[in-house]
Design a protein around this ligand. Structure first.
Ligand code: SF4
Ligand code: SF4
Ligand code: SF4
Length: 266
């Protein structure tokens, strides 16, 4: 019997999430034993024609060409999985969404006329139906395996969505907010990274995106209390997952950052 086919696509991104798949090391050989990596330009020169059973899509939609291409990919695959913060929320490139692209281009490029960008960087789900979203920058490689395994076993993948705080407690990691007075977005951020930042003595900036059903208003109240300089909490929210609606809405709940003319005082 033919093996199920997997295609891996890149949109506006840094390739880091695709690399998570290649970094599977122990699991990769087992994986290629049960699925055909039919289209994965970073791993294999040969490509097999679609349609494909699973498409893993990395990156955001940032150009007119990408907006057309994602429609074609959706038609070509049975299950579409958006992988990583770029694909699920628009990535760091979505910071431009609230500014004028023309103004930014003039500041950065000598010849902005060569740019072919959309005014916004948007997640895949704003363009086509997405079956599953795997958050993170980069994505958690074991969640990738879980999605593929679930497809093979004809079941829904088990993708936990509790906040990072619970993982800190389970692992016995010292809370940087309580112990060191550092703002940490972990109470409002989805699990998946293995509490990487708090384990290394720094606060979370939400790269796994907002945890569903979290009361960010309450989270912000604790974070504002320990903010060490004006705008620090805003900087955590406006990071790699800045375009996630819950984080964008949370920014609007923050007290205004004082201008330079006030000497940085709140
Ligand atoms: S989510 Fe992060 S690692 Fe993945 S493609 Fe985007 S920037 Fe790269
Ligand atoms: S606030 Fe941050 S460091 Fe503290 S328990 Fe939550 S995730 Fe961990
Ligand atoms: S602690 Fe937060 S910012 Fe750090 S890797 Fe985990 S989710 Fe990303």
């Amino acid at each position: 019997m033919a093996k199920p086919t997997v295609a891996v696509y890149k949109f506006s991104s840094c390739d880091g999430c695709q690399l998570s798949l290649l970094n599977l090391e122990d699991e990769l050989l087992d994986l290629v034993g049960v699925v055909e990596l039919a289209y994965f330009l970073e791993a294999r020169r040969q490509t097999l024609p679609g349609p494909y059973d699973i498409a893993l899509v990395e990156g955001s939609v940032s150009t007119p060409h990408e907006a057309e291409r994602i429609q074609e990919i959706r038609k070509q695959c049975k299950t579409l999985v958006a992988i990583g913060a770029c694909a699920t929320s628009g990535g760091i490139q979505a910071l431009r969404n609230t500014a004028s692209l023309d103004d930014l281009a003039l500041k950065v490029y000598e010849h902005p006329e060569y740019l072919h960008s959309l005014p916004t960087s948007t997640p895949i789900a704003e363009h086509v139906k997405v079956d599953y979203e795997l958050w993170g920058c980069p994505v958690n490689k074991y969640q990738l395996v879980e999605v593929i395994q679930a497809f093979l076993q004809k079941r829904r993948p088990n993708l936990p969505s509790h906040s990072i705080c619970l993982d800190c407690k389970r692992k016995g990691v010292v809370c940087v907010m309580v112990a060191y007075g550092m703002p940490c977005l972990g109470p409002g951020t989805r699990t998946g990274c293995g509490v990487l930042c708090p384990s290394n003595g720094r606060g979370c900036y939400g790269c796994f995106g907002p945890a569903p059903h979290t009361d960010l208003k309450t989270v912000l109240a604790s974070m504002n209390y320990v903010e060490r300089h004006p705008g620090e909490v805003k900087g955590l929210l406006l990071n790699i997952s800045n375009n996630a609606p819950a984080f964008r809405q949370a920014v609007d709940l923050l007290p205004a950052v004082p201008s330079e003319t006030t000497g940085g005082k709140k």
